[in-house]
Structures are given as structure tokens and as C-alpha cells.
Design a protein around this ligand. Structure first.
Ligand code: ADP
Length: 227
């Protein structure tokens, strides 16, 4: 799916206290792109990811997925669109504590009254190295395992686009490296679009396109070969 964002602006608050989290951001994302987004804390990275994924709506601007203006969809239709087309990986994992790993992974399908494809589920859990942890509750898992469960949950619907908001931010460097290697491998194998926020220049360097946000304004870094 081609994603086209035009003049996305997000403000919080009113009057003197108004904050511009994002200013007139325009961006085209092509199917299969691997994009990293860097920028100082508070520069607007999470806001941009939330707007691009339809988790939040802008104060002004447009977002089209293959020509569909997704902010014009009803809340119910937007939620269904997000569940089917978009996977989101959070820094804080956001697993539901009373549900075991398998139940967490299958939740997006259950919300759509769908059953997991057993072959795909097995392959996914094998690839992510969590096949023997599926009956454990989140508090029984390490940080790296929790994030791998969260990645499985993001991928169970075979979404076309994966957004990841500092997926290694809460992990030690070894688990973070493993999680990042898995995301990269999945992107290479499936051709799914991957958009990732990171503080880590090494991770950002893996991406084909590198974006930077400063004070809510987006710029793209052109690699030396292209310049
Ligand atoms: P980053 O992800 O780069 O750390 P954010 O997108 O979280 O930055 O935030 C961008 C700016 O918007 C910051 O100044 C932040 O304080 C502000 N902001 C984010 N969310 C809210 C909110 N819900 N209410 C008020 N201000 C917010």
C-alpha cells in the first residue's frame, strides 16, 4: 500500500500554552520501504507514528492509504482498517497482563472474529523463538521475550505495514539487537513496509530511508550514493 501524508500538523492545548508537536509534515511511503525516524526527545516522533498509523488524528492535514483518506473513516471502520492492514509495536510492549502470550498474539484476530492460521502461527512463533513460551503470562517473560510476543501480535494478521516506536528502547543491548535483527529479517522476507523510530544511529543506518524530526519538522537524509 502506498501511504501519502500531506501537511500533517498536530497541536496540543490552546492559546499561550499551545504546543506544535508536528508542523506541516508531508511524506510518501512506498510499499516495502524500510524507513527509520530519528530526532531528539520531544521532537514529534511518536506523534508522527501515531498519525501515520491512524492511532491518532491530526489537527490538520490528510493521510491516504492507496487513495483512501483514512481519517474520514468512522471510528469503527478505522479500527477495522488498522487491525487488518497495520501492525504496531510499542516501546512498552503493551501486552494485556491477564492473558498469556498466545492469547495476546491472537487478540487482533479474535477482535475480528477470525481464527489464527495454525501454520503461520507456528512459523511466526518459531522464527521469533517464543514457541515454548506461549502459555506464559507477560510477567513471566523477559523484556526481550515480551517484545517478541508483541511483534508476533503485530504480525499475526499479516499486515501490509509495520510501525515500531522504539521497539528496542526498553531492552538491554543484546535483546535489542536480537529484536532488531528479527524485524529486519521479517521485512526482508515478507516485503512488508517497516517504519521504525529509534535513538540508535546503527539501527537507523540499516534503513533504506532515514528521516529526521527536529521541532516537529521532518527532513529526509539523502545517502552519499544518491547525492
Ligand atoms: P518524541 O516521540 O519525539 O519524544 P512526542 O511526539 O511524544 O515526541 O511529543 C512531541 C511534543 O508534543 C512534545 O513537546 C510533547 O510534550 C507534546 N505532546 C505529546 N503528546 C501530548 C499530549 N497528549 N498533550 C500535550 N502535549 C503533548
Amino acid at each position: 500500500m502506498k501511504i501519502s501524508a500531506e501537511n500533517l500538523t498536530k497541536t496540543y492545548g490552546k492559546g499561550d500554552g499551545q504546543v506544535y508537536a508536528l508542523r506541516n509534515v508531508s511524506l510518501e511511503i512506498n510499499p516495502g520501504d524500510f524507513i527509520s525516524i530519528m530526532g531528539p526527545s520531544g521532537s514529534g516522533k511518536s506523534t508522527l507514528l501515531h498519525l501515520l498509523s491512524g492511532l491518532d488524528k491530526p489537527s490538520s492535514g490528510q493521510l491516504n492509504y492507496d487513495g483512501i483518506d483514512i481519517y474520514s473513516l468512522s471510528d469503527k471502520k478505522l479500527a477495522a482498517f488498522r487491525r487488518r492492514k497495520i501492525g504496531f509495536v510499542f516501546q512498552q510492549f503493551n501486552l494485556l497482563p491477564p492473558l498469556d502470550a498466545l492469547e495476546n498474539i491472537c487478540m487482533p484476530l479474535l477482535l475480528d472474529k477470525r481464527q489464527p492460521d495454525a501454520d503461520y502461527l507456528n512459523r511466526l512463533c518459531g522464527l521469533l523463538g517464543i514457541a515454548d513460551r506461549l502459555r506464559h503470562l507477560p510477567h513471566e517473560l523477559s523484556g526481550g521475550q515480551k517484545q517478541r510476543v508483541a511483534i508476533a501480535r503485530a504480525l499475526i494478521t499479516q499486515p501490509e505495514v509495520i510501525f515500531a516506536d522504539e521497539p528496542t528502547g526498553n531492552l538491554d543491548s543484546q535483546s535489542g539487537g536480537e529484536v532488531m535483527a528479527l524485524l529486519r529479517q521479517i521485512h526482508q522476507q515478507t516485503g512488508q513496509t517497516l517504519v521504525i523510530i529509534t535513538h540508535d544511529p546503527q539501527i537507523a543506518g540499516l534503513a533504506q530511508r532515514r528521516l529526521q524530526i527536529i521541532d516537529g519538522q521532518l527532513s529526509e537524509q539523502i545517502s552519499v550514493q544518491e547525492a
